[in-house]
Design a protein. Structure first.
Length: 485
C-alpha cells in the first residue's frame, strides 16, 4: 500500500501559515470520524472542508448513540423509581396514597431525545466553525483525479480539490426484503424516536448490542417486550458470563426471550405486526423493532473510480493508520467496519490526519479499546476477552468478583453484576477486563488505564479507592491476582 506524502515542521497556528502553503483536506461525512478529523487537521494548519448530508455529528449524534442513550437514561430512572421501596422510599400520589404504577409519556420522552440530539449537533457545528472549518451541505463522491464532487443540498454541484480525502460516511440499519420498515409499526432504530404512542407489545428482532439495549430500555419503561434471538443467548459477541447475567435479569423482569429463533418475515395488518419464524411459529405485537445489523454507506461514492478497495460486505479496507488502497485517501468509522464504535471512528479520523500532516501518530490498537453495552445492568469490556483466553490465543489468569459482596452495592440494592480482570502470569500485567453493573461504562476506566499503560495487577491494587465504593471491587479483584513468588 502506498504512503501519502507527509509534511513535517507543521505550524499549529493557522494564522501564521500562508494560505497557498496549507494542505487541503476534504472530509466526506460529518460524524465522529469526520468532525474529529476536521478539528485535528485545522489544529495542524490545514484548510479543511467537510461535506455533510444530515447534520454534524452524523448518526452517532442524530439517530444512534446520543438518542438511544438519552432514552436509556429515562428508562434507568423509571427502574430506580420502581425499586425505591426496597430502599425505604415510598412514592405517593397527590392524595398521599402510595403510587403503585410509574408510567412513561413516550411522546414527551422522544421529543426530549430529538431536541438533545439536535442541540448536540449544533454544538459540534459551532465548534468546527470556530476552528475555521468549512462545512458544505450536500452529498459528496470521489473523482478519479483526487477531488470530491458535491451535489449541493441547495442545488448545483461543487468540486472540492484536495491533497488528502477522508471518507467517513458511516453505516445504516440493515433491512431484509421480507422485513421492510414502514416507520409506524415496523421500525429501525433510527425511526423509534418518531413514536407518539407507547407500544403495548414490542417485538425486538436481533439480540446483538442494539437489540439488547433497546429491549432492555423499553422493558424498564413498563412495555411488554419479546426479544427474538437467532443465537443460543443474548449478546453472542460479548463476554459469556456477562451475557448470562443480563439474560437472567431480563427474564426475571418479565421479558420473553426466544433463543435460537430466526426471523423469516415481518408483516403488518392494521395495528398489529406479526413476526414469522423459520420454524413456522408466529409472534404478534403492536410494534416491531428491527435490529439486524448495519450496512456501510459506501455505494455511489466513486470508490472504485478512485481506486479504493472494499470487502465483500462493502466496507472500505483500511490499515491501522486509516489508509485505503488509494494514495492520499483515508477512511474512518463505521464505513470501514473495523469496530463500530463512535470512539473508534473518532480515533481513526484523528490518526488519519496526524499521519497525513506529519504529526506524531500511533497505529490503532483495538486491544486498548473500551466499549460498553448500555443495557440494565451495563456491560463494559476492554482488552483481551475471556473467550480468547479460553481458546488459548493468550495465556492469562482470570479473577471474577461478584458485586453482591461489595458493601456499597448492598447499600444501593445492587445484586447483579461482577468485576473480572485478566492478567499475564508471572508479570501480572493487566491485559483486559469486564465490568457488569450499574454505570459499568464509568467503572471500566481504571481497568482501561491499566491495559493502556501496561500496569500490573499489583499497581492497580495499591492505588487507593474510596470506602465504600463499587470501584473497590476492582482493587479487590486486582489484589486477588497478586503472586507473592
Amino acid at each position: 500500500m502506498s504512503t501519502p506524502r507527509s509534511r513535517h515542521n507543521v505550524l499549529v497556528n493557522q494564522s501564521l501559515m500562508p494560505t497557498d502553503a496549507a494542505d487541503r483536506v476534504a472530509i466526506v461525512g460529518g460524524g465522529p470520524g469526520g468532525y474529529e478529523a476536521a478539528l485535528v487537521a485545522a489544529q495542524l494548519g490545514a484548510q479543511v472542508t467537510v461535506v455533510d448530508t444530515d447534520g454534524l455529528g452524523g448518526s452517532a449524534v442524530l439517530t444512534d448513540c446520543v438518542p438511544s442513550k438519552t432514552l436509556i437514561a429515562t428508562a434507568e430512572l423509571m427502574s430506580e423509581l420502581r425499586e425505591a421501596p426496597e430502599l425505604g422510599i415510598n412514592v405517593s400520589d397527590s392524595e398521599g396514597d402510595q403510587a403503585h404504577r410509574v408510567s412513561v409519556d413516550l411522546a414527551s420522552v422522544n421529543k426530549r431525545v430529538k431536541q438533545l440530539a439536535a442541540n448536540q449537533s449544533a454544538d459540534i457545528a459551532e465548534r468546527v466553525r470556530r476552528e475555521q472549518v468549512r462545512v458544505v451541505q450536500g452529498r459528496g463522491r470521489l473523482t478519479k483525479h483526487g477531488a470530491v464532487m458535491v451535489d449541493l443540498a441547495a442545488g448545483g454541484v461543487e468540486e472540492i480539490a484536495a491533497d488528502a480525502i477522508l471518507v467517513a460516511t458511516g453505516a445504516a440499519p440493515r433491512t431484509l426484503p421480507s422485513a421492510q420498515p414502514d416507520g409506524e409499526r415496523i421500525l429501525t432504530w433510527e425511526q423509534v424516536y418518531d413514536l407518539k404512542e407507547t407500544p403495548t407489545k414490542l417485538i425486538v428482532v436481533g439480540s446483538g448490542v442494539t437489540g439488547a439495549e433497546f429491549a432492555s430500555a423499553y422493558l424498564l419503561m413498563g412495555i411488554d417486550v419479546c426479544l427474538v434471538s437467532s443465537r443460543d443467548r443474548v449478546l453472542p459477541g460479548e463476554d459469556a458470563d456477562a451475557a448470562g447475567v443480563l439474560e437472567e435479569v431480563l427474564r426475571r423482569r418479565g421479558m420473553e426471550v426466544l433463543s435460537q429463533s430466526r426471523m423469516e418475515s415481518v408483516t403488518r395488518s392494521g395495528d398489529e405486526v406479526t413476526v414469522t419464524l423459520t420454524d413456522g411459529r408466529q409472534v404478534t405485537g403492536s410494534h416491531c423493532l428491527l435490529a439486524l445489523g448495519s450496512i456501510p454507506n459506501t455505494t455511489d461514492l466513486g470508490l472504485e473510480e478512485a481506486g479504493v478497495a472494499v470487502d465483500d460486505g462493502g466496507f472500505i479496507r483500511v490499515d491501522r493508520v486509516s489508509r485505503t488502497t488509494s494514495r492520499g485517501i483515508y477512511a474512518a468509522g463505521d464505513c470501514t467496519g473495523v469496530l463500530m464504535l463512535a470512539s473508534v471512528a473518532a480515533m481513526q479520523g484523528r490518526i488519519a490526519m496526524w499521519h497525513f500532516l506529519g504529526d506524531a501518530v500511533a497505529p490503532l490498537d483495538l486491544k486498548k479499546v473500551s466499549s460498553n453495552v448500555f443495557t440494565s445492568p451495563e456491560i463494559a469490556t476492554v482488552g483481551w476477552s475471556h473467550r480468547a483466553i479460553d481458546e488459548g490465543q493468550i495465556n492469562a489468569e482470570v479473577i471474577k468478583l461478584d458485586l453482591a459482596g461489595n458493601p456499597r452495592a448492598k447499600m444501593q440494592g445492587i445484586r447483579d453484576g461482577f468485576v473480572k480482570i485478566f492478567a499475564r502470569p508471572g508479570t501480572g500485567i493487566v491485559i483486559g477486563g469486564v465490568v457488569v453493573g450499574p454505570r459499568a461504562s464509568e467503572l471500566i476506566h481504571p481497568i482501561s488505564l491499566a491495559v493502556s499503560e501496561s500496569l500490573t495487577a499489583d499497581q492497580v491494587a495499591h492505588a487507593f479507592t474510596v470506602y465504600p465504593s463499587i470501584s473497590g471491587s476492582i482493587a479487590e479483584a486486582a489484589r486477588r491476582l497478586h503472586n507473592p513468588g
